[in-house]
Write a protein that binds this ligand. Structure first.
Ligand SMILES: Nc1ncnc2c1ncn2[C@@H]1O[C@H](COP(=O)(O)OP(=O)(O)OP(=O)(O)O)[C@@H](O)[C@H]1O
Ligand SMILES: CC(C)(COP(=O)(O)O)[C@@H](O)C(=O)O
Ligand code: BAL
Length: 258
């Protein structure tokens, strides 16, 4: 774009970012969050959370490290083996990877459920519309006819036929309260969080220390590749995954980046 060109007011932010920019992916992420806030999908606090994540991603080298890829493959195997898998979506997730979450749900026959910390009917509706615009056919989380025990904030509100009865739940970009409460209910949790020290990955069966903008499409790719795998192969992938090793490798990568 030449210096004298101005960006039309209606252009989406993403179109302003040159794909050859060295921080393209981070700028893309920032702009998706910015656009999410403008559309009433992402809470303002989501900008703070994104900032925290961006710092960790910088230290991780802004790439999917080997242990994160192993975690994403194990998470895909869990979702494929699950009786009732559910992918939880908050305002940041909806802004960053709406279509990618739909693709992952399609690849694993999982439900999509909106679950918000800063819950409002308006934002639930806006996120549901946004997901449908990106191909979702059914979106849960609007009923909110069940409560996660021992959780005294809005994240406790879930669908009885969604997260409440799920056996495997993907929980991205959240703090540890709900992750701990879901673990107490005996559910298998797959957590995406760039901070390996956060409570959420620390309690997860599968901690995925990666940027969600990379993790979700990678999980979908693994799920598509494993679509015809037998139960034995999927169980083998799950057995081979070492959660402690994954957390240690992520911490080591971050320390080496300091
Ligand atoms: N794009 C992203 N991909 C993956 N993780 C992200 C992304 N953006 C933010 N995060 C992570 O999501 C988390 C959201 O912050 P939140 O306050 O919900 O949890 P937390 O700070 O980890 O608290 P706790 O320790 O209680 O879990 C942060 O750990 C942040 O590093
Ligand atoms: C901002 C958010 C990452 C998401 O908030 P919501 O979209 O309301 O679930 C929240 O979990 C936080 O870290 O503060
Ligand atoms: N950090 C705000 C609460 C949550 O993420 O669930």
């Amino acid at each position: 774009m030449s210096e004298d060109e101005t960006v039309p007011a209606d252009v989406t932010h993403e179109e302003e970012i040159p794909e050859d920019h060295p921080r393209y992916q981070d700028l893309l992420t920032r702009h998706r969050i910015e656009t999410g806030v403008e559309k009433g999908i992402t809470h303002l606090q989501g900008m703070h959370a994104e900032g925290r994540g961006s710092a960790f991603d910088y230290l991780l080298g802004e790439e999917t490290i080997p242990s994160a890829d192993a975690a994403e493959r194990a998470a895909a195997a869990h979702l494929l083996l699950a009786d009732h898998p559910v992918l939880s979506i908050n305002g940041n997730v909806a802004a960053l990877v709406p279509g990618e979450m739909v693709d992952l749900a399609d690849a694993t026959d999982a439900d999509l459920e909106i679950n918000l910390f800063n819950r409002t009917d308006e934002r639930i509706a806006a996120i549901a519309d946004h997901l449908r615009e990106h191909g979702a056919t059914e979106v849960k989380g609007l009923e909110a006819d069940a409560r996660i025990p021992n959780l005294d904030h809005q994240r406790a509100k879930v669908d009885a036929d969604g997260i409440y009865e799920a056996d495997v739940v993907l929980v991205p970009l959240e703090d540890g309260d709900r992750a701990e409460a879901l673990e107490a209910m005996g559910k298998t949790e797959l957590v995406i969080d760039l901070n390996p020290l956060s409570r959420s990955p620390q309690v997860a069966e599968v901690p995925i220390v990666d940027n969600i903008i990379r993790a979700v499409p990678n999980m979908a790719a693994h799920a598509q590749e494993l679509a015809d795998a037998g139960e034995g192969e999927l169980e083998g992938i799950i057995e081979a995954f070492d959660r402690e090793e994954a957390l240690e490798e992520a911490e080591e990568r971050i320390r080496s980046g300091l």
